[in-house]
Write a protein that binds this ligand. Structure first.
Ligand code: NDP
Length: 294
């Protein structure tokens, strides 16, 4: 049976490390890290996700700057807001909650965030540096960073291993594959046009699944002893639940946990780690700025 990686417990350990560092910064510089969360719209899911993030910052002593803009805000006004945050020395990280309303060009807005405050790690220059040998991005995107942190804190070595990433999105699959490559794995990316994904996945020592396809990866697709990180978060009908649904990953957990060496559950695996990596990025951004300016 696989070791089940407890994302909640790992996240808790990292959060207490962050809280210690925040206290240290505050004693040394008289300042705490500041994170601005910009939310446009009154979408319930965005509101609740952002609410969760804001609560997490406050618990660790990170100052939260809340910018709530109406759904009808113009692209120019949103960009003006981003520029103000770029110029505010108490703000060390800026997060613009996606998706944005249709009349706003997401790419344009994200590119306006100062590179030094891009705690989501989505700026094309940060991703570009991640892809280049010998260059270091200022920030790594949170979910892929969470995947690698879970592997390293579970004692799974990456160097020289065969890794397969399922999915190639800008926010998860692609940066996860670049991170694994930087860590010296031999990386294959599986996407929706890949022929015979099963035989490719079966060769992997490390699988990162981020396709958004419920239970697509069966136990028989997993190499015995492999490390399986399941990013997929899919709601499927479940009449036995009060809500009428439950969350499952991209991996068939029941089957795969009998074969894998390590596996993350859904929920309780990568999810709790993603927000934690945002907090870590904010802390790192603040440390960099405070150390440079003092
Ligand atoms: P996207 O829909 O942007 O990307 C999905 C990727 O999976 C695409 O590259 C697509 O290929 C590929 N794909 C889709 N179907 C298949 C298939 N049958 N076989 C192989 N590849 C396939 O999703 P995201 O990257 O944003 O998210 C992926 C999953 O991770 C979702 O379930 C999401 O909810 C979850 N997630 C979880 C987070 C967490 O913190 N736990 C954070 C972010 C996401 P192609 O490019 O060819 O279309």
């Amino acid at each position: 049976m696989a070791i089940v990686i407890d994302g909640k417990a790992v996240a808790q350990t990292i959060r207490s490390e962050i809280a210690d560092e925040v206290r240290r910064l505050s004693e040394k510089y008289g300042k705490v890290p500041g994170l601005a969360v910009v939310i446009v719209s009154n979408r319930k899911d965005s509101q609740s996700y952002v609410g969760m993030k804001r609560k997490a910052f406050c618990e660790l002593g990170i100052k939260s700057f809340d910018i709530d803009l109406p759904e009808q805000v113009s692209e120019a006004d949103l960009i003006k807001q981003v520029h103000e945050l770029n110029a505010n020395p108490d703000v060390h990280g800026i997060l613009v909650q996606l998706p944005l309303p249709k009349h706003i060009n997401e790419e344009k807005v994200l590119t306006e965030i100062s590179l030094e405050k891009d705690v989501d790690g989505f700026h094309p220059l940060n991703i570009g540096k991640l892809a280049m040998k010998g260059r270091e991005p200022l920030f790594l995107p949170c979910t892929p960073k969470a995947c690698l942190e879970l592997l390293s804190r579970s004692g799974v070595s990456i160097k020289g291993k065969k890794a397969v990433v399922v999915g190639r999105s800008n926010i998860v699959g692609l940066p996860a594959s670049l991170l694994l490559l930087k860590a010296d794995a031999t990386v294959t990316i599986v996407h929706s046009h890949t022929k015979d994904p099963e035989s490719i996945i079966r060769q992997a020592d490390i699988v990162i699944a981020a396709a958004g396809q419920p239970k697509m990866i069966k136990g028989s697709w997993i190499k015995p002893g492999a490390a399986v990180i399941d990013v997929g978060t899919n709601a499927i009908d479940d009449p036995s639940k009060k809500s009428g649904y439950r969350l499952v990953g991209d991996v068939d957990f029941e089957e795969a946990s009998k074969v894998a060496g390590w596996i993350t559950p859904v929920p309780g695996g990568v999810g709790p780690m993603t927000v934690t990596m945002l907090l870590k990025n904010t802390l790192d951004g603040a440390k960099r700025t405070l150390e440079q300016s003092n």
